[in-house]
Design a protein around this ligand. Structure first.
Ligand code: NAD
Ligand code: DAU
Length: 349
């Protein structure tokens, strides 16, 4: 069936993988990628599909109500997959208001535009909000986040995402807006901006710069290869139940320091450096304020209801990721010039 689908934040890391999958798999859909091209948005992420006939890129800000309402009028979007956000916890600690604006207000502007367009007939319409496991706060040594874990966000980033999730639900309850939400664990893979742990450390190992480990390095995350997240998004968008939440995770917990050791080992092998070279770059630094100890997802709902599971092991996914960064040195050079250097100096002074 012909449909107009809006994907927000499609020039970013996860968004670009979702856009590519939808453009390639659904020739009947017209995919509109709306992105403000902040520091995290990069047109190079989608150079392979930019000329596809079922694809349009629009530069714009989700917080600009007049512009967004016009865009919805123009394209009459049947579906929205909303990924645009400020996404880095450390930046949310230095500039929390930017997170409230984009993540909360921006989501509300989109919800409102969708409501105004379809409130008299929601048939076949869907608003899919992409969220994070960080809304659940932190786990202790044991346990898993399920879809019913109470929200308990600790950083300005996770608080803004939690708030946006609540607004999505509220629009569902109040106006009958048909929505789905997914809360995913840490993604890694090609095209991730080198402010996040894995690409930052890959870049620093290439450049033989210190590897800044926060605190004692014993924090735990549940890592998922980004293409597997995009596949889950496709399944949830098409087959998820209205007004439901799905947790997405890699069944793949790693303490930061163990992950870093594996990364160092794979990088030494791929760069032909003597075993143990990269490990020597590890430098323990001051901890992140409010640092969540552990995230781990119970992904049994999406596994049972939609038969989704990750397609690669962490060792395979990490190896593919490193290969991508080594083969795309121009991509990395372009984004690590200019403002990245200023950010890096401030963050890791
Ligand atoms: P990212 O920072 O790589 O990309 C965000 C994109 O949104 C960028 O292209 C940016 O230009 C765009 N954007 C930012 N502000 C905008 C605005 N005001 N208007 C329009 N576009 C704007 O982020 P990501 O890591 O790809 O995350 C995408 C989504 O997935 C976010 O909603 C994030 O909360 C969520 N998420 C991320 C992870 C992860 O591990 N990265 C895990 C779970 C959920
Ligand atoms: O869990 C999902 C979330 O994962 C997403 O919602 C966020 O958008 C995404 O940024 C990510 O958040 P984290 O804070 O977990 O990711 P980050 O890569 O920033 O950090 C991962 C772990 O590594 C965390 O324990 C902090 C630590 N770390 C990170 C950086 C950047 C370091 O020790 N040193 C660093 O320099």
């Amino acid at each position: 069936m012909k449909k107009n689908i809006l994907i927000t934040g499609g020039a970013g890391f996860i968004g670009s993988h979702v856009v590519r999958l939808f453009v390639n798999n659904y020739p009947n859909y017209h995919i509109v990628n709306l992105d403000a091209l902040t520091y995290a948005g990069n047109m190079e992420n989608l150079s392979d599909i930019e000329k596809a006939t079922n694809y349009t890129f629009v530069k714009g800000d989700i917080t600009d109500e007049v512009f967004i309402n016009r865009l919805f009028e123009q394209f009459q979007f049947d579906g929205v997959i909303h990924l645009a956000a400020e996404s880095h916890v450390d930046r949310s600690i230095t500039d929390p208001l930017a997170f409230a604006k984009t993540n909360i207000l921006g989501t509300m502007v989109l919800l409102n535009a969708f409501k105004n367009l379809w409130k008299d007939n929601w048939d076949g319409k869907r608003f899919y909000h992409i969220s994070t496991d960080e809304v659940y706060g932190t786990l202790g040594e044991t346990g898993l986040f399920t879809e019913t874990t109470p929200y308990d966000p600790n950083s300005p980033y996770s608080a803004s995402k939690a708030s946006s999730d609540h607004f999505v639900r509220a629009y569902g309850e109040t106006y009958g807006l048909p929505y789905v939400i997914s809360n995913c664990s840490n993604n890694y893979g090609p095209n991730q901006f080198p402010e996040k742990l894995i690409p930052l450390f890959i870049n620093n190992i290439i450049e033989q710069k210190p590897l800044p480990v926060y605190g004692d390095g014993k924090y735990t995350r549940d890592w998922l290869y980004v293409v597997d997240h995009a596949v889950a998004v496709d399944l949830i968008f098409h087959r998820g139940k209205n007004h439901e939440t799905y947790n997405i995770g890699g069944f793949n917990e790693w303490q930061n320091i163990d992950l870093i050791h594996l990364l160092c080992q794979q990088m030494d092998e791929k760069l032909g450096r003597p075993k143990g070279t990269s490990k020597q770059l590890i430098t323990y630094i001051k901890d992140r304020p409010g640092h969540d100890l552990r995230y781990a997802i119970d992904a049994s709902k999406i596994n049972k209801e939609l038969s989704w599971k990750p397609s690669v092991t962490f060792e395979q996914g990490l190896s593919k990721t490193i290969d991508w960064y080594l083969n795309n040195s121009e991509w990395l050079q372009h984004i690590t010039l200019g403002t990245y250097q200023e950010y890096y100096k401030k963050q890791y002074k």
